[in-house]
Ligand binder design. Sequence first.
Ligand code: FRU
Length: 666
Amino acid sequence: MKVLQVILLVLFACVEIHADELLFPNADFEQGTLENWTAEGEAFRIQPTRGDNTSARNREPSNLQGSWWIGGYERFNGTVGEPGATAGDHLTGTLTSREFEIKHPYITFRIGAGHLPGEVGVRLLVDGESIDLATGVDHETMVMESSDVRQHIGKLARLQIYDTATGGWGHINVDDFRGTESPAPETSMDFVLDARVKPSSYPDTSYDQPLRPQFHFVSKKNWLNDPNGMLFDGENYHLFFQHNPNGTEWGNMTWGHAISQDMIHWKQLEHALLPYRVDRRSGTIFSGTAVIDHNNSLGKQVGDTKTICAFFTFAANPSFYQAMAYSTDGGFTWTYWNEGRAIVDNQGFDQGERDPKVFWHEASQKWVMVLWVQQNPGRVRWFTSTNLVDWEFASDLMRDWAFECMDVVFLPVDGDPENVKCVIYDASFDYEIGTFDGKQFHAETETLQNVRGNYYAAQTFYQAPDGRAVQIGWMRGGPNSAKLFDVPHNQQMAFPVELELKSTPEGVRLFCSPISEIETLVAETHEFKNLSLREGVNPLSDLQDLDLVDLEIVFSPGEAKEVVFDLPRTQLRYVAENHQLLCNGVTESGERREEVCLEQFTERDGKIHLRVLVDRLSVETYAFGGEAFSANYISPIDQETLSIHSLGGTAVIHDLKIRELNSAWK
Ligand code: FRU
C-alpha cells in the first residue's frame, strides 16, 4: 500500500512539474483586453468578446473558457456593443501574439467557426516560417485542438489568428492557448445539433390563404423540396421532406415530417432530422429514404413497434457521406446512428454523392442500398447489408442519365404477380425497366421518360399496403410563392400518383395516375355526355364558382384547330396541329409563360383522354390513363368566364366529368 502511495505521489509530482500553462499572460484573453496581442485590420478590433454571445444570438453555444474569448462574428467586448450583437463575416484582419518561448511539446487551444483552410484559422510563426495549426469547423461551438510542436521546443514564436474570408462562415472563434505535455483529450462535444434549427413545426400557421394549395402537400411554413423517407408503418403514411425551417428559400436542410392515413389529408409534426456537427464536421441533412426494420436487423426494436431506419446524406464539407438515424417510437423521436457518422463513406468519385435508397430484397434476404455517386460518367452504386449499418459493395450501374435521388420499385406487369419487374429512376424520372438479381440490375428496356413540367426527385412509399406503388414528387422550379402570392410557404409536392406497368404497342411502360383516394375530396360531380362544342356551347356555363377541380374528359378534336379549357386560374389549350397540350406555366422569377404539358398527344381511334387536377398554384395533366403526365406550377389568371370551347371547327366531347373538390386542410 505504502509503495503504491509513493508511486502515485511521484507520478502526481511529475504531472505537477509539467503542468499545462498558458503560453504567455493573456493567452486565454481573460484580462478582457488584447494585452500581448496586436490587431491589424478590422476583424479583431472589438475583441475579446465577453460571455457566450453565440448563444445570446440563438446559435450553438461557444464553449468558451472563462469569460473572455475571440469570437470573430461577435460585437461585444464588455463596453462596445451588447450580448448577441454581431460584427458579421465581412471583416478581415490578423491578431498576432507577442513572442513567447515554446516550452512544451504541444500547444492546445479551442477553435470554432469557419472551416476555410488558409482563409481563416491559427498559425504559428517560428523560424521565419508560418505553420498552419488549424481552421474552424463550420460551427460556432469551439472544439479542442492540439498541435505537436516538439521540434520547436526552446524556440521563440508567435501565434497569429487570421481571417481573410468575407463570405459565409468568414470568421474565427478561438480561446485559451496553452503549452501542454500531451495532446488535449478529444472534445466531449463530438455530436451537437445545429442550434439554428429549432424542431418546432409552426403551431400557429393556418392553410386558409386564398392562394394556398388545398389538396397538395405544402409545409405549413417556409421552404420544402424533395420528399424523403416515405413509408407506411401499418397505420400511417409518413412523408418526410427536405425543409428549411428558417426561411422560404433553400437552406438549412432538415427533414420535415408529416403523417396521413390516406396520403391526402396531412398533419405536419415536429421536424424529424436536424443538421448537426460530429468529428468537427458540420453538415445538413440531404435526401434519402426510410425502411421499417421488419426483422429487427438493427437489433434496436423496443416492444412490438418496429424500428424505422432513415438513411440520409450528411452534406458536410469537404465531401458528403451517407448516415442513418433510427426511431423506436414510430418516427417521432430519432437517434443518429454512431452519432451521425458515416455508414457508407464517400466513394471518392464525387464530393456530392447523395440520396441513398434502401429496400429489403426478399429473394436474397438482404437490405440493398442504391446510391448515385458520380456524374459523367453517371455511376449508381449498389450495396448490400444484413444489419443496415455495414454495407458491402455489390455492383455499379453506369448510366449517363442518372443524377440524384435514385429510386427502385418492383411492379407487376399488367397486374400479373408472376411477372414482376424492377424499375429504376432518378430525380428527373428517366427510368429503365428490368430485373434485379440481389446484386445487379439488368435492363430490359432503353431509357424512358414519362413526365414533364416541374416534377422532380420523386420517390415511393416503402411498404404501401396491397403492393401498391404510390409516388410523390416535388414540384421544383416555381417562383417563391411566399414572396409572390402572399402565402407562408414556398414550393409544393405534386399530387400522389399510383405507378403501374402496362403493356403498350411500344412495349411495357410506366403509367402514373392520381391515387383513387382523391375521391374522398369530391364534393360534387357534374357529368356531360355527347356534346358538340359548337359556338355558344359551354359545359361550364353553370359552374362559374369552380375552385378545386378534378376533370376527366374524352373528346375528339374533329375539325377544331384548338380545344380551349378556361379553368379556375389556368388555361389549357389542346393544339391539334402539333398534338400538344399547353398550359400557363410560370418561371422561377414569376413570369407567366406558356408551357407544353403533354406532347405527341395524338388521338387514338379519333379520341383523346385527358385528366386535369387544378389547385390554387398548380395544374396536373395526365394523358390516356397516365401514360404520360405533367405537373406544372401556374401563374394564376383572373378568369372572366370558365369554359370549354373549340376554335376553328367543332370538337365533340364524348364524356366529361367535373369533380369539385373540397380542401384537404379542413
Ligand atoms: C434534389 C436534391 C438532392 C439533395 C437535395 C438537397 O432536389 O438536390 O439531390 O439531396 O436536393 O436539398
